[in-house]
Design a protein. Sequence first.
Length: 82
Amino acid sequence: MLAATSHAHRPGVMTELSERTKANMDVVLEETCRQLPHGGDHDSRRIIAERLIEAAQSGHSTLGELGIIARRALSEIIAKGG
């Protein structure tokens, strides 16, 4: 019976994020993109935002956790020359 009511993360299933998590994601995205020329182009911002969404849906919602994810994404973008 527990499995029927569980809200565990399932791949491919969109979960509702709290307002605090969304606010944390916005803050981290803006802070991270400030490190890119002109605040980052659309593709760079999209890549970082997608990583933040994936992380938040997996339960990583603090500023610290999201910051780590965003910095990793930024490092990959810079390494690829973006």
